[in-house]
Design a protein around this ligand. Structure first.
Ligand SMILES: [Cu+2]
Length: 156
């Protein structure tokens, strides 16, 4: 009886180790799968976070970061993204407040469904046209909407 109990214990332990070890491995594998679907290897990746107070912000910005900047000196940002001709470009579009839109007309990119807070919209394209191009928000989002613009520079 005693040996049977020990056997059962080691079987349980065995499965416990598989479960404990397997879950993080599974998450890592899934993460990797998602990443490989979204960002081709060697692609230039940029995060653009939309804010109804500050416009497009480069990088992953949280609502908290905006508030702490103070209300008196609100400045609309105009980020510049620079890539080389032929680069694969991935844009991760996010919002910290209201639904924003995105348009990069030069590359025929429009996000008609909008960028909702808490969601990330992936845009990928090949920068095959050199030049300086504007991108902007195409979903009305408040007072600064018309100024919510940024620049994409594709160097030849
Ligand atoms: Cu907007």
């Amino acid at each position: 009886m005693r040996t049977n109990g020990k056997k059962l214990d080691s079987i349980l332990l065995f499965f416990l180790i598989i479960i404990i070890g397997g879950v993080p491995l599974g998450i890592l594998a899934y993460d990797h799968l998602l990443k490989s679907q979204q960002t081709p290897p060697g692609a230039k990746e940029f995060i653009l976070t939309g804010s109804a107070q500050r416009g497009w912000l480069l990088g992953e910005i949280r609502a908290h970061d905006i508030v702490s900047l103070g209300q008196n000196n609100i400045q609309v940002e105009h980020p510049v993204i620079e890539v080389s001709r032929g680069d694969d470009v991935v844009l991760k579009l996010r919002s910290i407040d209201v639904t924003h839109g995105f348009a990069l007309k030069a590359y025929d990119i429009y996000i008609p469904e909008g960028i909702k807070p808490g969601k990330t919209v992936f845009v990928s394209f090949k920068a095959d046209k050199a030049g300086t191009f504007l991108f902007w928000c195409n979903v009305y989002c408040g007072d600064i909407h018309q100024h919510m613009k940024g620049t994409l520079i594709v160097k030849d």
